[in-house]
Design a protein around this ligand. Structure first.
Ligand SMILES: Nc1ncnc2c1ncn2[C@@H]1O[C@H](COP(=O)(O)OP(=O)(O)O)[C@@H](O)[C@H]1O
Ligand SMILES: O=C(O)C1=C[C@@H](OP(=O)(O)O)[C@@H](O)[C@H](O)C1
Ligand SMILES: [Mg+2]
Length: 172
């Protein structure tokens, strides 16, 4: 790794930009990039939506936890799926690998970016609204965050710039 910054772990709501920003950040740092959604899909040999359809919300969480716990220690930047924070065990493990970065987004901007929750395969209880999901998850993202960066009205490149400044501050 080109600096003392170890394995930044990105968390946040679906469509906050974890996958988009993660790969750009990895390129800037000269390190690898892992998207845990891709780890799950390639490991299971099917799409996330298919896992959710077959095993339900609780089943998907169990599968996801298993893959999060197997993220290798020197993996570079990690983009998690939005539901990663439901596993305290997985979050404790990921926090041991590097700083956890919460990419936050306001509810209005999220609604514009997100589109259909079902098409994106977002985990939720039947009939749960975006507002309900946002209220349920925001405290979890805040609880695990070492660094929080807001992404409303900010381009992905600019988010990476802000993040690099913050990471250098915490890494000394
Ligand atoms: N900072 C940003 N500003 C505007 N659109 C963004 C930004 N970051 C990501 N996007 C767009 O939002 C969508 C979701 O991004 P993605 O990286 O897949 O989010 P996540 O991995 O958090 O679910 C994509 O269409 C992406 O191009
Ligand atoms: O928030 C969620 O419930 C989910 C987010 C997805 O990842 P992104 O956050 O990258 O969209 C993916 O892990 C899965 O479809 C569940
Ligand atoms: Mg993603």
């Amino acid at each position: 790794m080109s600096s003392t910054i170890r394995n930044p772990i990105l968390i946040g709501m679906p469509a906050a930009g974890k996958s988009t920003v993660g790969v750009l950040l990895a390129k800037q740092l000269g390190v690898s990039f892992v998207d845990t959604d891709i780890l799950i899909q390639t490991g299971q040999g099917c799409l996330l939506q298919e896992i959710i359809a077959e095993h339900g919300v609780a089943g998907f969480r169990a599968v996801e936890e298993n893959y999060l716990l197997r993220v290798p220690p020197d993996c570079g930047v990690v983009a998690t799926g939005g539901s990663a924070v439901y596993s305290q065990k997985a979050m404790s493990y990921l926090r041991s690998l590097g700083p956890v970065i919460y990419l936050c987004i306001g509810l209005a901007a999220l609604k514009e970016r997100l589109g259909s929750l079902d098409e994106r395969g977002v985990l939720r209880t039947p009939g749960q609204s975006i507002d309900g999901l946002y209220a349920e998850r925001s405290p979890l993202y805040e609880k695990y965050a070492d660094i929080t960066v807001c992404t409303d009205d900010v381009t992905p490149d600019r988010v990476v710039g802000v993040l690099l400044d913050q990471l250098r501050l915490v890494s000394g």
